[in-house]
Design a protein around this ligand. Structure first.
Ligand SMILES: NC(=O)c1ccc[n+]([C@@H]2O[C@H](COP(=O)([O-])OP(=O)(O)OC[C@H]3O[C@@H](n4cnc5c(N)ncnc54)[C@H](O)[C@@H]3O)[C@@H](O)[C@H]2O)c1
Length: 418
């Protein structure tokens, strides 16, 4: 299996970028050193459907160094870094099926190619591998011992499969590890989403009304970073507790019908569909910019925008200008796909260090515990989650206090008090 990438000649550029990311992934490096020595994944076939970035390359290399036979495909048609894909194939001999801007059919044919590897472990970011196996490749199930899932939307899909009794093998929900979503979703998405918007538009955020839909882990991060740029941040939510949290964090909260009239930039990060619809486009200001950082490109009703527009043209890379009947213009970024991966480089390596350490250690865990696991969605074991936090602190040179015996007894007991 050789894979399918855009251009093998891009490998040299990809290699130096992969090495750069590696420097900021000290916790993953520790797993890699252990994997090289112990080879815990010897001969295990892994199909990984992940955004093909420099950080993913370091994860794939770590798994390979643990003895695994790894094949990678992209988890979004726009997120692949072609130089990284080329280097994985040419320098690391890891087959990759991914090309930036591939069409939907190619995207799904690449998923099928990754499944032709007959994986024993699937590694997903959005559950496309598991979904394809269940819909089209059920014969593979017998050979699979387990899988992992990287993102909120994938975990939601998998929990729904488990609830409906169609999930056929155990999955570790990497997203639910504290050392994943508290950092990756919040600080990673927070920074990289704005990075994608700024790189594609070069807009000054200071003084603009930035509407953020969804005040979950990603939304909180994007909101705090946008506030740091001097934007007036407004949150839309459907969950009263999250909305209240946004209010007490000092943000204005409005229903989308109101926010739509005053927003300069709209960012959806809800994991839901049709958050911005034709009704909202109708009342948006001239020049409103609309972007998504949630997993799928369904948060913005793009077919409605297409229908309302008289014309469409690309004004900058990743910026489509839609001119509506009355002459008003709306700008859609990155075709409504994850803007941080489409127009920027995704999360910084320092945060993916934690997410992907959880991935590598969860795969090791599944291989060791395969016989005990049932077709359910499992959390990352607490020991793994805590060890990732401990090692990250150590790598940052930060010490913390230890419980004394006396304190341990105090916390465990009930008799002491006034
Ligand atoms: N861009 C990235 O790199 C990246 C990284 C991590 C996660 N994600 C994706 O981002 C999305 C959000 O992830 P999360 O971890 O923040 O999830 P979360 O569950 O913590 O938060 C989602 C929030 O959106 C709210 N919401 C749902 N429907 C809404 C609607 N119609 N209007 C307004 N708010 C609504 C929910 O109430 C919730 O508070 C998911 O699709 C996830 O897979 C993207």
């Amino acid at each position: 299996m050789a894979g399918e990438v855009k251009d093998a000649k891009l490998a040299a550029k990809g290699k130096t970028r992969i090495e750069w990311a590696n420097q900021w992934m000290p916790v993953l490096q520790l797993s890699r050193m252990r994997f090289v020595k112990e080879r815990p994944l010897e001969g295990v076939r892994i199909s990984a459907c992940l955004h093909v970035t420099t950080e993913t390359a370091n994860l794939a290399i770590t798994l390979r160094d643990g003895g695994a036979e790894v094949v990678v495909c992209g988890s979004n048609p726009l997120s692949t870094q072609d130089d990284v894909a080329a280097s994985l194939v040419e320098d690391s001999h890891i087959p990759v099926f991914a090309i930036k801007s591939e069409d939907k059919n190619t995207y799904y044919s690449h998923i099928v190619s990754a499944l032709d590897h007959h994986p024993q472990i699937t590694m997903d970011d959005g559950a496309d591998l598991v979904t394809t196996i269940l819909k089209k490749r059920q014969e593979l199930v017998a050979g699979i011992i387990g899988g992992t899932e990287e993102t909120t939307t994938g975990v939601i899909r998998l929990r729904s499969m488990a609830k409906n009794g169609v999930l056929k093998y155990p999955i570790i929900s990497v997203n639910d590890a504290d050392t994943k979503h508290l950092f990756d979703n919040r600080y990673g998405t927070g920074q990289s989403t704005l990075d994608g918007i700024i790189r594609s538009t070069n807009l000054l955020l200071a003084g603009l009304n930035v509407i953020i839909s969804g005040y979950g882990w990603c939304g909180r991060g994007v909101a705090s970073r946008a506030r740091g740029h001097g934007a007036h941040v407004i949150i839309t939510e459907i969950n009263p507790t999250r909305a209240l949290e946004a209010v007490m964090d000092g943000f204005r909260v409005l229903p989308m019908s109101e926010a739509a009239k005053i927003g300069d930039i709209f960012i959806t990060v809800s994991g839901n569909k049709s958050v911005i619809t034709g009704e909202h486009f109708k009342v948006m200001k001239e020049g409103a910019v609309v972007a998504n950082s949630g997993h799928f490109n369904v948060e913005i009703d793009i077919p409605a925008l297409e229908k309302m527009a008289l014309s469409k043209r690309q004004t900058r890379e990743f910026v489509d200008e839609y001119t509506l009947r009355e002459g008003r213009k709306i700008y859609l970024l990155g075709e409504g796909r994850l803007i941080n991966l489409a127009a920027a480089e995704g999360h910084p390596a320092a945060v993916m260090d934690m997410s992907f350490s959880n991935q590598a250690l969860s795969v090791d865990y599944v291989v060791k515990n395969a016989k005990k696991l049932e077709p359910k969605v499992y959390p990352v074991p607490a020991e793994i989650d805590q060890s990732v936090a401990r090692l990250k602190l150590e790598a940052l040179g930060i010490g913390i206090d230890k419980l004394s015996r006396d304190q341990e007894e105090y916390l465990a007991g009930w008799a002491e008090g006034t």
